[in-house]
Design a protein around this ligand. Sequence first.
Ligand code: SF4
Length: 272
Amino acid sequence: MDAKDRLRLYLEQRRDLGEGELVLDSMSVDDVLKAIGAIGKGTVMPSSTPKGGWREVLAAEGAVAEASPDVGAIKVSSQSAIEVAATETLNTIAAEIRSCTRCPLYKTATRGVPGSGSPTARLVCIGEGPGASEDEQGVPFVGAAGELLTNILGAVNLSRDEVFITNVVKHRPPGNRNPAPDEIEACMPYLLRELDLIQPKVIVAFGNFAAQTLLNTKDGVGKLRGQVHRYRGIPVIVTYHPAALLRNPSWKRPTWEDVQLARRILDSATGP
Ligand code: SF4
């Protein structure tokens, strides 16, 4: 995916979330429209500033969205569009999660827990939802299960800083209950945006909910593990959740085999 694709994807994500206009400073209108592919699809560009301004022209193209204070501050220079867009998008996703009210989980949780880690991670770990420690600290996979995840990653020579760690739902379900289908549905756009932005080479789904949500199946980890699945073309390895390993140490060996498989996929993947 080149810089233009990433910028176009970013703008499409903003539009999908209902924002009808986006102000891009330090970049000419022609540059923006070329970058997002609007020019060349029958668009006739005015030769001077049109009545109502460029903002209306961009909005009329359907490629950019209505004014939003936080994205309005984004600066996109023609030299560094890809870096700025990538950084701002992960930050923006995190900010949106922290103030999200799309499902009832925010009412009982202490805080939202966005994904955390490298924006250029080649491996993404996905769990179910924040637990008590995550809810308290606002960081995914901390506490005993998080420590175990760190050890699991370390066993295949990966540090937490190198990967991206996130969950299916970003607010803690009360009493650690399972997230409800409508809660998962409400929260999925955040996970999809994180994955679209990072474009990992391999995803490791920890536990039933992550696996079933990504793979759209009712099968459990026992049946799904040991194979290479695909999510939007990205290899997905399913394994046990670290919290489950704490309760069932006999699952450590199959989990070890699963992360080894993920590591082999990573090693054989080309590109950054
Ligand atoms: S769980 Fe997801 S959809 Fe629900 S309030 Fe939190 S961030 Fe929003």
